[in-house]
Each structure stands twice: as structure tokens, then as C-alpha cells.
Design a protein around this ligand. Structure first.
Ligand code: SF4
Length: 80
């Protein structure tokens, strides 16, 4: 049994089908996501099943970027 703090139900945001999912959280971070029971599509697709890998990937882009030359540079996210 997975020790989690909280379970929330929502919709997968990855594509336009917006399947219903259940996320298990520990310390506010998702540790497991699965298809919601009693939903039209209770099984998750391969793309959604790997979502936790890119959610916590160290190279994940978490801020808006602006292309400068060959690379993007982070933009300020707060108003001056
Ligand atoms: S579970 Fe798969 S098919 Fe459903 S919304 Fe997410 S990415 Fe799309």
C-alpha cells in the first residue's frame, strides 16, 4: 500500500480528451496517478502513465522562456 497524505480527483491536462484521473499526493507532490474508477476510460494511456517522470524531471521547464540565439533564457515572472 502506498503511503500518501491525500488523494484528489481531477482531469488529465495532457491532451484534449481530458480523462478523469485520481492523484495520490505526498507532501503536496504527486507520487501516483491512475485512471479514475467509474470513469468512461478508467485506464490511463501511456502518455499519462509517464506523466510523473516529466513532472519531476530536473530539466523540466518551469518558467517562461524567451529565445535568445540558440537557447532560451528565463523571463521574469513577477511584475516590477
Ligand atoms: S489520459 Fe491520455 S488520452 Fe486521457 S487526457 Fe490524458 S493524455 Fe489524453
Amino acid at each position: 500500500m502506498l503511503a500518501t497524505d491525500k488523494t484528489v480527483r481531477g482531469n488529465c491536462p495532457i491532451c484534449g480528451l481530458s480523462c478523469q484521473v485520481v492523484a495520490h499526493l505526498r507532501d503536496g507532490q504527486p507520487v501516483k496517478v491512475k485512471g479514475a474508477p467509474n470513469s468512461p476510460a478508467p485506464a490511463m494511456c501511456a502518455r499519462a502513465a509517464s506523466a510523473l517522470e516529466y513532472h519531476s524531471h530536473p530539466e523540466r521547464v518551469n518558467v517562461p522562456l524567451k529565445r535568445v540565439g540558440a537557447r532560451g533564457v528565463a523571463l521574469a515572472t513577477e511584475e516590477p
